[in-house]
Write a protein that binds this ligand. Structure first.
Ligand SMILES: Nc1nc2c(c(=O)[nH]1)N(C=O)[C@@H](CNc1ccc(C(=O)N[C@@H](CCC(=O)O)C(=O)O)cc1)CN2
Ligand SMILES: Nc1nc2c(ncn2[C@@H]2O[C@H](COP(=O)(O)OP(=O)(O)OP(=O)(O)O)[C@@H](O)[C@H]2O)c(=O)[nH]1
Ligand SMILES: [Mg+2]
Length: 436
């Protein structure tokens, strides 16, 4: 796949739709626009034009918008055709575009990839953009907006810059230690600033799980004995008939998952096999999977049937709500955090409020300036490990800590995808007068 091809794709959603936007980007985008619409509209001014096939027969009337690179989303010449969103209309236009020898259909994410390659976006912003498109809840949207805003990238670049500066100072001490114009005790303040950056990275990394909870969803697992009413509860919370419910103990074996929106947060709710010892191979595998899922849950709803007088299983090490089920048949409630009935709906709102409270407590007070992906976290850990090495080696020969600082800055640069080819001398010259 060549990055010099002119690429096109339907950029708007499912057809049929009121309007469909087809984006065309690349060196020959304007020529192709002229070939289809007769001319190119003045850049950044929508014009109503007739789009024609190769024989000159009209395909559709469309609003056409041209952006001259680099002042476009992709950083290269770009044309948008806003057509009527009929399937045959869009197919005819895509066929027309494919008919030019220098064009091809874009691959997934290829416009954004070009925006990155042309310096319009860094990797964190590009990842945020892809998160914006899949965001389903308000908090997912806000988190993604934070990533596209460039603020997070600015933080990583500031840290990398501080480390490059520290390194320059250390190297300067090495090269010019017998001269007078390098401040003698740069060391103390430099290592203080390195330690400060390490502390900020450590605090930032500590927010990873909060970032994951907001981006990927808060994981709530319903667990308990067979027939406790777990599948009935999943159906009641999802307001849909998703899980099979019967009075036979051991009905559910596979894990079932539904997505809920609770107070703007994405919640992934799981139904699991009833926990018991069993000879049945299939059911035993279900129980094993249920226990494994409980181990990774953010919150366990430990359900017990109150009519049988059962006590809910406690899951130490897990945030847990003890829930009594079938309250329509029983008036108990001792030993439970709350009781409910999936049959009558009693207590369901209280459960949603309780989940919301636990979730808020978990993410409370956090800013949205958080790492959210394993890729970002891996580089942050690499940077931190290199900083720890640098600080451990600070008393040794300056080359050693300097090399560790370089690796830390490179790791940070990889998060945004803009690893500086560091110009050490530039930093030295601009910070004090070596050349004198
Ligand atoms: N019609 C349309 N709507 C859209 C987009 C689009 O590409 N087309 N977007 C994208 O998918 C989003 C908006 N994001 C955009 C970001 C940058 C540029 C852009 O052309 N920037 C230029 C010039 C900015 C200007 O006009 O001042 C630049 O950064 O140089 C366009 C859209 C959402 N809505
Ligand atoms: N009266 C009443 N019956 C309920 C309630 N919740 C569940 N039941 C009944 O209890 C039985 C078991 O319900 P399920 O939801 O299948 O229980 P489960 O915990 O998923 O069971 P397994 O999948 O076997 O582990 C069914 O007959 C349900 O109709 C409730 O709130 N009130
Ligand atoms: Mg079940």
């Amino acid at each position: 796949m060549r990055s010099t091809d002119t690429i096109f794709a339907l950029s708007s959603g499912a057809l049929p739709s009121g309007v469909a936007v087809i984006r065309l980007s690349g060196a020959t985008a304007f020529d192709i626009c002229a070939g289809i619409a007769g001319r190119v509209p003045p850049t950044r001014q929508a014009q109503l034009m007739t789009l024609r096939d190769a024989e000159g027969v009209a395909i559709d009337q469309a609003l056409v918008l041209a952006f001259a690179g680099p002042a476009s989303f992709t950083g290269e010449d770009c044309v948008e055709f806003h057509l009527h969103g009929g399937r045959a209309v869009v197919r005819a236009m895509l066929d027309r575009l494919a008919g030019f020898p220098e064009t091809r259909h874009a691959e997934a994410g290829e416009f954004s990839r070009r925006a990155f390659e042309n310096g319009k976006l860094d990797l964190v912003e590009a990842e945020g953009l892809s998160d914006i498109i899949v965001a389903e809840t308000e908090m997912q949207r806000r988190l993604a907006m934070e990533q596209t805003s460039g603020r997070l990238s600015g933080l990583y670049e500031r840290w990398a810059g501080a480390l490059t500066h520290a390194r320059a100072m250390i190297e300067a001490e090495l090269d010019f230690s017998d001269e007078e114009d390098v401040p003698g005790s740069v060391s103390t303040s430099i290592w203080q600033s390195v330690d400060g950056v390490a502390g900020e990275i450590r605090a930032h990394l500590a927010g990873l799980h909060t970032g994951e909870i907001i981006r990927d969803g808060y994981q709530v697992v319903i667990a308990g004995a067979p027939n406790a009413g777990k599948s009935s509860l999943l159906n009641a919370l999802a307001k849909r008939d998703i899980a099979i419910v019967t009075d036979i103990a051991g009905t559910t074996r596979d894990i079932l998952e539904v997505h809920l929106d609770i107070g703007g947060y994405a919640v992934r709710l799981y139904d699991t096999a009833g926990l018991r010892e069993t000879e049945d191979k299939v059911e035993a595998e279900g129980v094993r999977r249920a226990r494994a899922l409980v181990e990774t849950a953010d919150l366990v709803l430990s359900l017990a049937d109150m009519t049988g007088g059962d006590a809910p299983e406690a899951f130490p090490d897990r945030d847990c709500l003890l829930v009594g089920s079938k309250s329509d048949l029983s008036s108990g409630g001792d030993g439970f955090d709350l009781v409910l009935s999936s049959e009558s709906g009693e207590g369901i709102d209280r459960l949603i409020a309780a989940i919301s409270d636990r979730l808020s407590a978990r993410v409370a007070g956090s800013s949205l300036s958080l790492p959210v992906r394993a890729r970002q976290a891996d580089y942050l850990r690499q940077a931190l490990a290199a900083l720890d090495e640098a600080m451990a080696a600070r008393a040794l020969s300056p080359e050693l800590p300097s090399e560790s600082l370089r690796r830390a800055a490179v790791a940070l640069g990889r998060i945004t995808g803009r690893v500086d080819v560091e110009d050490l001398l530039d930093v030295i010259f601009s910070s004090f007068c070596v050349g004198k």
